[in-house]
Write a protein of this length. Structure first.
Length: 137
């Protein structure tokens, strides 16, 4: 009886430890995510959550694959995952928040040969979209 109780106790302690570790890992991930979103907002002057909504509204996923965005699996433009780590935007502009906003607002003005259409993206929406894109590490 005591051996069975000991095994059951050991199993319960192991399960509690695993749950605690999972909870700590989830908390750390959320904390990192929040910090990443805060830095992106500080860099761009935009809101990553408003940017995610704008990406859906402007239909960016019809041409680009975008991690974490449903049905954003387009194959016309480059995938946008990891854009925060890229050196260039559109292959012609240094990847800075202001250049990304410029590109989003007037891609044809930056590169007349681009396939990316001008969508009349407002300054605010461009800053929000840039903030969201900079969270895609």
């Amino acid at each position: 009886m005591s051996a069975a109780l000991s095994l059951r106790t050991t199993a319960m302690v192991s399960a509690l430890l695993a749950l605690s570790a999972a909870g700590i890992a989830a908390y750390a991930w959320e904390d990192q995510r929040w910090e990443l979103e805060r830095r992106a907002a500080d860099l761009t002057g935009g809101s990553p959550s408003a940017g995610r909504e704008a990406v859906l509204r402007y239909g960016c996923g019809s041409c680009h694959s975008i991690p974490g965005v449903q049905r954003a699996n387009g194959l016309v433009g480059p995938p946008l995952g990891g854009i925060a780590n890229r050196v260039y935007v559109a292959g012609v502009l240094q990847n800075t928040p202001d250049n990304l906003v410029l590109w989003l607002r007037d891609p044809q003005g930056v590169d007349p040969k681009t396939a990316m259409p001008s969508l009349d993206v407002s300054e605010d929406d461009a800053r929000h979209i840039a903030a969201f894109l900079y969270t895609l590490k």
